[in-house]
Design a protein around this ligand. Structure first.
Ligand code: NOJ
Ligand code: CA
Length: 550
């Protein structure tokens, strides 16, 4: 008999886990100051347990000026006082573990914040100091060094170099930052940088954290040799360098870092796990996901695809094969804190695969989105995903079918993308709006006070209390699906489909049909365990998925 899927060896818990991403500042506010906090999350552990997730991934909760939503970390081994204390994180970890839920924390190794002790030291000690060597400082060009070392731009817009004022008050060197100016990139050639992150990993592992999500895992090591300065810019120059040798991205030598981390992960019992955020081509993803490296990597392919059967089939096939070949399991994800929510993306009028950027730029009018269709497709895609082998990443609020908040007044925006692009890109605040827990009350039950990003009135419709009372709600759909998923086990195999319809089996028992088209299709024989939409005269409705058990 095949062992039950959710009785894996303790070391393998992650292989098929459902991981729920919490963006702490926007989940639940325990003290009513408008900012979500650790006590707020601890108060909702029952909700997470009822939802049926296996693990929680906490986006950064470390001290931060929030220049980039907490991905600008002042101190990797502490808690932002606005979110709580180390005692509060211990209490949260204990509460989650008590509910049988694992804990994953975010590690942000590519850059510190500009308030980190190392960066302050680098500024204070001046040119040529040992402390400057932990970052990438260079002289500017021109007689007075007033031009940046090269013309590269930040991914958030604007130059990738910022000039500092030297301790004597004169304009001085420039430092490199791929993201915001408040996020100086670290120099991973330095042994003390490497050692400090090993210490951080042990710090959290010793506190009981089960795994790590590694921010921009494909960058860390760099070759900022002035010989590359002639590049017009760094974006889209991958093909100009031999694979693994680009000055910034996906260098082969970043794996030396992870080989060291792996030794630390494996010092623990069960070994700590990690998942790489690596925006690299699929054939390079396996390097990060290999058991000798981080062990798993995000696979953003479905997130980037439209609601399209051909694209889904090709992506699933390749990722299942790659993951199996490299001794890991795939990850699947549709939404996170960096992208337009999938219930909205799938309701946009444009061609399949639209990331919502144009809609946001044009004002993000909710009336321009077919929210009902977006949600219908999102539920179909999610039910398909939850039947795949591998781990599924959910983003807070998707279990409510929450739509993206497209129109946030400029004065209330927080994302550096908005500021650095001078509003050309409105950024990612629309998926970071605090969750609605109740249909009435201040901040829809997010807390006793306000909400740090404005919640639209239509949030009431998606509130947890409303959905809890409705057996047909998206919340109950997720709860039921996560419960039923625990039974799904066995080898994945395609079955004959038809245009616009994907059919596959898991073992002998389970048949999954995902209908991307609009016309109803026949159901397989057996018991209908889950559908993403009501049946249509005994058939699987259009834009819907079904799980059938023989
Ligand atoms: C990826 C994170 O998901 C994103 O939110 C952040 O802005 C960048 N990394 C920089 O840390
Ligand atoms: Ca708070």
């Amino acid at each position: 008999m095949t062992p039950a899927k959710h009785d894996p060896s303790p070391a393998d818990w992650w292989r098929e886990a459902v991981v729920y991403q919490i963006y702490p500042r926007s989940f639940a506010d325990g003290n009513g100051d408008g900012i979500g906090d650790l006590a707020g999350i601890t108060g909702r552990v029952g909700y997470l347990a009822d939802l049926g997730v296996d693990a929680v991934w906490l986006s950064p909760f470390y001290p931060s000026a929030l220049a980039d939503g907490g991905y600008d970390v002042d101190d990797y081994r502490d808690v932002d006082p606005r979110l709580g204390t180390l005692a509060d994180i211990d209490a949260l970890i204990a509460a989650l573990h008590g509910a049988g839920i694992k804990v994953i924390v975010d590690i942000v190794p590519n850059h510190t914040s500009d308030r980190h002790a190392w960066f302050r030291e680098a500024l204070a000690t001046g040119r040529g100091s040992d402390a400057r060597g932990r970052y990438h400082f260079r002289e500017g060009r021109g007689d007075d060094g007033a031009s940046p070392p090269n013309g590269w731009t930040s991914i958030f817009g604007g130059p990738a170099w910022t000039r500092v004022v030297e301790p004597d008050g004169t304009p001085g060197q420039w430092y490199f930052h791929y993201f915001a100016a408040e996020q100086p990139d670290l120099n991973w050639d330095r042994r003390d940088v490497r050692d400090d992150f090993l210490r951080t990993i042990r710090f959290w592992a010793d506190r009981g954290v089960d795994g790590f999500r590694i921010d921009v895992a494909f960058m860390l090591t760099k070759d900022l040799d002035p010989a590359h300065d002639a590049l017009p810019d760094v974006h889209g120059t991958e093909q100009m360098f031999p694979e693994g040798h680009h000055p910034l991205f996906d260098r082969d030598d970043v794996q030396d870092v992870y080989a060291e981390w792996r030794r630390v992960f494996d010092d623990y019992d069960p070994p700590r796990t990690a998942v790489a955020e690596a925006w690299v081509p699929a054939h390079r993803r396996v390097r990060y996901a290999s058991p000798a490296s981080l062990g798993q990597a995000f696979n953003f392919d479905l997130l980037e695809a439209g609601f399209d059967a051909v694209a889904f089939r090709e992506i699933i096939e390749r990722n299942v094969a790659d993951a199996t070949a490299s001794g890991t399991s795939s990850t699947w994800v549709f939404s996170n804190h960096d992208v337009v929510r999938h219930a909205t993306r799938y309701g946009l009028p444009g061609p399949a695969g639209d990331d919502g950027g144009d809609w946001l730029r044009s004002g993000g009018d909710p009336a321009a989105v077919d929210a009902a269709r977006g949600l219908r497709r999102a539920r179909a895609a999610t039910l398909l995903m939850l039947a795949l082998p591998g781990s599924a990443y959910l983003y807070q609020g998707e279990e409510l079918g929450l739509q993206e908040v497209g129109s946030i007044p400029a004065a209330e925006r927080q994302d550096p993308v908005f500021f650095r692009s001078r509003g050309a890109d409105v950024g990612r605040d629309g998926c970071r709006v605090p969750l609605p827990w109740t249909s009435t009350g201040p901040s829809f039950g997010f807390g006793a006070g306000g909400a740090h990003l404005p919640q639209p009135s239509w949030f009431a419709r998606y509130a947890v209390d409303v959905e809890e009372a409705d057996p047909d709600s998206t919340l109950w759909f997720y709860r039921n699906a996560l419960r039923a998923r625990r039974e799904i086990t066995g080898v994945f195999a395609w079955e004959d489909g038809s245009p616009g319809v994907l059919r596959f089996s898991r073992g002998d028992e389970w048949r999954i049909v995902a209908n991307f088209g609009e016309a109803p299709v026949a159901l397989p024989q057996g018991e209908v365990v889950m559908t993403s939409a009501p049946l249509d005269a005994g058939r699987l409705a259009g834009e819907a998925t079904v799980w059938v058990r023989r």
